[in-house]
Structures are given as C-alpha cells and as structure tokens.
Design a protein around this ligand. Structure first.
Ligand code: GDP
Length: 295
C-alpha cells in the first residue's frame, strides 16, 4: 500500500532535511517533486496541484518554531495536509438512531460488494450487533448463493431472496423479517454492472426512496485508480452515498484512488479491504495512513 509514494517522498524529504535554511526556491523545488510523486501515484491532477499549492502557502508563511528545523517544518505541513486529503478524521458508520440500521452496498460488478458485505457483517457481529445479510442482486443467481455461502460460514442469517422478486420488494420483506426476528443491522448487497447504467441507478434510487437507509456505502476497487474516483463521483451524484469502501488496497502500490476520492466526491473512506479473507476489512484512519505513507 502506497509503497511507491512513500519511497518518492522519502527522497524529497531527505533533501529537505539536508538544508540548514530553506529558501523559497528550495521549497518550490521540493514541491515540484512532491507533485510529480503524487501524479506518479495516480492522484487526480487537480488534487495534486491544490495539495502542493496549500503546502507551499503554509510552508512559506509559517514562522520557524524553535524545536523543528525548516525541513522538518515542511515535512510536518505535508503530513497535516496528507491527513486532510485522506479525509481528516476517522468516520464511523451510523449505528445509532433508528433501528434496525440498514446499510446498502453499491458499486460496480467485481468491486468487492458481496465479500465486503460478509466482512462487514462479521465485524459488526463481533461488536455485538445482530446482522442480517440481504442479497438483492436478482440478475445473477450466483450472487445470492455467494452471500448464502458467506452467511453459513459466518453463522450469520441471510434473507431467502429469490430472483423473481424485485430488489425493492426484497428489501421491504427483509426489513419486516428483521423486525420480527430482532436483527438490528441489515446489509443489502445490491446488483452491480460492468459499467454504470441507468437501469442500475434507477433500481438503487428506488431502494433509497423506499427504505430508510442509514448508510449507502460505495464499494470501489482501489486498483482501478482514477476510474474508481470517477465512478464514485457519478454514484454520489445520483444517490446519497454516505461513505466509501476501497477494496484490494493491499495490492495497490500507488494509492491514487485513496488520495483523491474524498477530495473529489466529498465523501469519506470508511473502510478498506486488504485481502480476500473475511477478516481483511479495516476501519480507515486518515492519520495512521498518512503516518504510514511518510514512514
Ligand atoms: P462484487 O461483484 O462487487 O460482489 O464482488 P465480489 O465480492 O464477488 O469480489 C470480487 C473479487 O474480489 C472476489 O474474488 C473477492 O475475493 C475479491 N476481493 C474483494 N475484496 C478484496 C480485497 O480487499 N482484496 C483482495 N485481494 N480481493 C478482494
């Protein structure tokens, strides 16, 4: 995760630390290198440009404090801005308020929705919640089966969805069932497509209009970089997305999606998938991730 960017920034910082004093030209040169490093990590062009402008402005303007060398000062500002870029604070999912809590998973086919539904159910069960998995992809019978298999492995109940019932109706029935059986957290696994299409969006919008959703989590494959950001932006403009899950992060040496998606969509990353196993889901902590990037 972020290995390439980490290595590049380490080189830039080494040079910065070497200067006793920093001229505006030293800072400008370092920032050109930071920008290149961000672009090579597949960060959105405008995001990289704005990032460097903000750091430069703060670095040039900030009084040198006693404890830090000028180079360390700049590195500190990069760290602070990186935390901001990743979302600032840790954003948790909404589990209080109206019960049962309903979480809808949305995203393209293959992004990791079904796997993440299982992982999330496991995580919530460990916290003492009573999750109910709801397959709502009626176009691929295998998708329903996949969630049933996951549910069995996790010993978490799965709604007996069938392909002849409309997704919104499945959700209504599942909600009623959850109320009867005292399940407090529904996780709805919706259909994906290879590309965004109107029918898919309409179906999701119909569910959003009819069911009291606490969360709409957009699931995106981090390995697809800026495509993930573009698709997230489109979903977010059609639906009220409340958070993002970036999957396959462990295989993404660049990190461009993670570093751009909050800035472009305005929506926070809430979880990251870091493997195929059912324990491979982590709450996303911007501060920790920034520290990891900066080594
Ligand atoms: P869906 O079509 O969106 O429901 O996607 P699936 O949940 O079926 O996932 C597609 C593939 O991605 C499966 O092979 C999953 O095991 C894999 N996958 C999901 N999340 C992760 C992850 O965080 N890391 C890795 N390496 N693979 C993942």
């Amino acid at each position: 995760m972020f290995e390439n960017l980490s290595d590049r920034l380490e080189g830039v910082f080494k040079k910065l630390r070497g200067h006793g004093k920093l001229s505006e030209e030293n800072i400008a040169e370092a920032m050109r290198e930071v920008r290149t490093a961000l672009l090579e990590a597949d960060v959105n062009f405008k995001v990289a440009k704005d990032f460097v402008a903000t750091v430069t402005q703060k670095a040039v303007g900030r009084e040198v404090s006693g404890a830090l060398s000028p180079g360390q000062q700049v590195i500190k500002i990069v760290h602070e801005e990186l935390v901001e870029l990743l979302g600032g604070v840790t954003e948790q999912i909404e589990l209080d308020g109206r019960q049962p809590v309903v979480i809808m998973m949305a995203g393209l086919q293959g992004s990791g929705k079904t796997t993440t539904s299982g992982k999330l159910a496991k995580m919530l069960k460990a916290k003492g919640r009573k999750p109910y998995l709801v397959p709502a992809d009626i176009y691929r019978p295998a998708a329903i089966e996949q969630l049933q298999v996951l549910g069995e492995r996790l010993e978490i109940p799965v709604h007996p969805s069938t392909t002849d019932i409309k997704p919104v109706e499945i959700c209504h029935q599942a909600l009623k069932e959850a109320e009867v059986r005292n399940y407090d957290t529904l996780i709805i696994d919706t259909a994906g497509r290879l590309h965004i299409d109107e029918a898919l969006m309409d179906e999701l919008k119909e569910i959003q209009a009819a069911i009291p959703l606490s969360e709409v989590l957009f699931v995106a494959d981090a390995m697809t970089g800026q495509d993930a950001v573009t698709v997230a932006d489109k979903f977010n403009s059609d639906l009220e997305v409340s958070g993002i899950v970036l999957t396959k992060m462990e295989g993404d040496a660049r990190g461009g999606a993670a570093l751009s998606i909050k800035n472009i969509t305005g929506k926070p990353i809430k979880f990251v998938g870091i493997g195929e196993g059912l324990d491979d889901l982590e709450v996303f902590h911007p501060e920790r991730v920034a520290s990891r990037i900066l080594g």
